[in-house]
Write a protein that binds this ligand. Structure first.
Ligand SMILES: Cc1cc2nc3c(=O)[nH]c(=O)nc-3n(C[C@H](O)[C@H](O)[C@H](O)COP(=O)(O)O)c2cc1C
Length: 215
């Protein structure tokens, strides 16, 4: 099979990013970009982000998760702590998050350290989830092999019966991670491939150093 994609070419012309205009704190720029993208037409799930981890097998692995909260401290998502990514993070907390917002011709790349959030915060979010999602957190031993789909469906039915009329409690192995950033790069596509790249790096005194990078 061969599919030559060398003619795929697009000019990026929707925005610009100047070092003189950016805020001192990258979380503020993240918030500005997120609002703009989230309110733009044609953008679905602006909070979908790719998280890359260093696996126990020595390979990096990337997959999409949903950003559920961000603050000056970092970026929070929820998952199964026993999943492949969960185990990878507990082994090596250095991760990379990335967003590609096609409609806005923007990319954000975040290097940071992931850690579990406090159990009561995970409880609060778990309680806010629809019942079906709560039960599926109990059903799925995320990343483990399953014989077939019916195994999962039967387990779901059994758990639905067991929990009839009862609250579903958060399983201990399910909860949030916060990624505390050490570096954030903002990429804005520009014409003629002269894209804008502004990088923030956290120094030892917790100040953000801002630099422009060549595209
Ligand atoms: C749009 C989208 C959103 C997702 N959101 C989550 C999420 O918030 N948490 C999660 O654990 N998995 C989420 N997933 C599934 C993950 O991509 C992945 O399949 C799963 O977490 C298992 O990954 P792992 O085996 O590498 O740990 C999402 C997938 C997609 C495509």
């Amino acid at each position: 099979m061969e599919n030559d994609l060398s003619n795929y070419r697009k000019s990026y012309e929707k925005g610009a990013l100047l070092k003189s205009n950016v805020p001192e704190n990258p979380l503020e720029l993240f918030q500005k970009w997120f609002y703009e993208v989230d309110n733009a037409e044609g953008v679905d799930e602006a909070n979908a982000m790719t998280i890359s981890t260093m696996g126990l097998d020595g390979y990096p692995k990337s997959r999409v998760v949903l950003l559920k909260k961000y603050t000056y401290e970092g970026f929070i998502f929820y998952t199964n702590y026993n999943s492949e990514k969960g185990k990878a993070i507990l082994h090596n907390p250095n991760v990379c998050l990335s967003f590609f917002w096609h409609a806005a011709e923007r990319q954000i790349i975040i290097k940071g350290k992931a850690e579990k959030i406090a159990a009561n915060l995970s409880d609060g979010y778990f309680e806010s989830r629809p019942r079906g999602s709560q039960l599926s957190a109990l059903v799925s031993n995320q990343s483990e092999e399953v014989a077939d789909r019916s195994e999962l469906e039967n387990k779901l039915k059994r758990l639905e019966q067991e929990h009839e009329g009862k609250e579903v409690e958060r399983p201990e192995h399910w909860g949030g991670f916060i990624v505390k950033p050490v570096e954030i790069e903002f990429w804005q596509g520009r014409a003629n491939r002269l894209h804008d790249r502004i990088r923030y790096q956290l120094d030892d005194e917790y100040n953000w150093k801002i630099t422009r990078l060549a595209p």
